[in-house]
Design a binder for this molecule. Structure first.
Ligand SMILES: Cc1ncc(COP(=O)(O)O)c(C=O)c1O
Ligand SMILES: [Zn+2]
Length: 439
């Protein structure tokens, strides 16, 4: 069927049917300016704020239903009507299957949240949820004719964009802090990125990338400086709702750095609601931003009732993904937290480490530090009574802990001499051997 959405005064003509994208325009999140999505954009040319993809939800609602999603294979591409790709069959993909939404009975007992669920994004290609953003961002960059893209990263996004860029045959320039865990650095390098390490944080990396893009005309794929990464990340929200039978949990706890995952899910839920595809009258989940106490600009701004963050001085945490001193999308994150009656919690690094240990020992889940921060935030909010006992709480483990080799919990193994025999099972702990982290 043909329709003619208006794009910044232009009539864009496009045929759309279920299974194709219903993307109509880009819209500035601050001033509302509308732009033609078939051109390469960065920030809003009027006010320098992020652009968001908008879809013809009226038309999609009339032409399709959730049954269309259900008929397709599981994974992020089943929601392709609400993704920006004009040729979804040519998506740059590494096999992004649906990630498990796990019941965690022991953690549920420990935290006092019987309805605790963990969405484990560590099973995605490249080991983190960043694969979702990279799959859509790189695919769309190819459609729009980008040849070289550059991005600053706390680490995992660099590895993911390097991998998808390699798959697409793009040149990818990645700049990350020199403190980024070594496996993540090597993952990006292995996928052939031009990799640079800088002193400082992702903010310092961002300045270097911005300069490179100005000088060489590269496409700047920084968080929210290009409009499509967030579209990939919102599929975490679609998939969560899908796995709950197209219902939403009461609370979503998400480790927040640049904030794209949180803003993306909030946007995705709004789209589902506008389509009338959620149970009538069902409220938005309360969103929780989990950060490290060593870098918590969103927690501070939320507590101060501010609309923007102030740059965090000397950000320091081993949860590399949330070491973002001043996120560009802070105003959207803070809006999402307030409009959903959510909150923001800072977790000390020692608690993050203890929670990694607990998740692995209690559930066999080797979670990343960022995911552990989210789990710890849920536990704290339950203790404070902010989360009720009867609530369904979805916590995101955003990546596998295997990427953080130096931070993995567990006892050091016992070495056997030649011919030495094994002790009875469980006796290692009883013998009080030192743990891998020396505890
Ligand atoms: C494992 C992990 N979790 C969470 C985040 C934060 O993501 P977002 O930018 O969506 O806030 C990152 C970002 O680097 C990450 O690598
Ligand atoms: Zn604007």
């Amino acid at each position: 069927m043909e329709h003619r959405p208006t794009v910044g005064g232009l009539a864009a003509r496009r045929c759309t049917t279920p299974g194709m994208s219903y993307l109509t325009q880009l819209e500035c999140a601050a001033c509302g300016r509308r732009l033609d999505p078939e051109r390469q954009w960065q920030l809003c040319p009027t006010c320098d704020h992020p652009l968001l993809a908008r879809y013809d939800l009226d038309l999609l609602g009339r032409q399709a239903s959730l049954t269309d999603f259900d008929r397709r294979p599981p994974g992020m591409w089943r929601y392709r009507d609400l993704l920006p790709l004009r040729e979804p069959e040519r998506a740059v993909s590494l096999g992004e299957g649906a990630t498990p939404l796990l019941q965690v009975p022991r953690l549920a007992e420990r935290t006092g949240i019987p309805g605790l669920l963990v969405k484990d994004e560590g099973t995605l290609p490249t080991g983190t949820f960043k694969a979702r953003g990279a799959a859509v961002g790189v695919s769309r960059a190819v459609e729009l004719g980008v040849r070289t893209l550059a991005l600053p990263t706390a680490g995992n996004a660099g590895a993911a964009w390097a991998a998808y860029g390699a798959r697409a045959g793009l040149e990818v320039v990645v700049v990350m802090p020199e403190t980024t865990p070594s496996v993540i650095r090597r993952e990006a390098a292995a996928c052939g990125a031009d990799l640079y390490l800088v002193p400082g944080s992702i903010a310092d990396a961002g300045a270097v990338v911005a300069d490179g893009c100005r000088r060489y005309g590269w496409y700047d794929a920084s968080t929210l400086k290009e409009p499509y990464r967030i579209e990939g990340k919102k599929t975490m929200g679609f998939e969560l709702a899908d796995q709950l039978g197209w219902r939403l949990p009461d609370v979503v706890v998400y480790p927040t750095g640049g904030g794209v995952g949180l803003i993306g899910m909030w946007k995705g839920f709004q789209e589902l609601r506008a389509l009338g595809w959620l149970p009538a009258g069902s409220p938005m989940p309360r969103f929780v931003a989990a950060q490290s106490a060593g870098c918590a600009p969103v927690v501070r701004a939320f507590a101060e009732h501010a609309e923007r963050t102030r740059a965090w001085e000397e950000p320091a945490t081993f949860a590399a993904g949330v070491r973002v001193p001043k996120p560009l999308g802070d105003f959207l994150m803070l809006r999402a937290l307030r409009e959903t009656a959510g909150t923001a919690v800072a977790i000390p690094d020692e608690t993050i480490a203890a929670t990694m240990e607990l998740a692995a020992a209690a559930e066999g889940m080797v979670v990343c530090p960022e995911g552990a921060a989210a789990l710890a935030a849920a536990a704290e909010l339950r203790r404070e009574g902010w989360i009720g006992e009867d609530q369904t709480v979805a916590v995101f483990n955003t990546g596998t802990g295997l990427l953080y080799e130096d931070s993995l919990p567990g006892r050091a193994p016992s070495r056997l001499r030649a011919g030495e025999r094994l002790a009875a099972a469980g006796s290692q702990g009883a013998a009080g051997r030192p743990t891998a982290r020396g505890g």
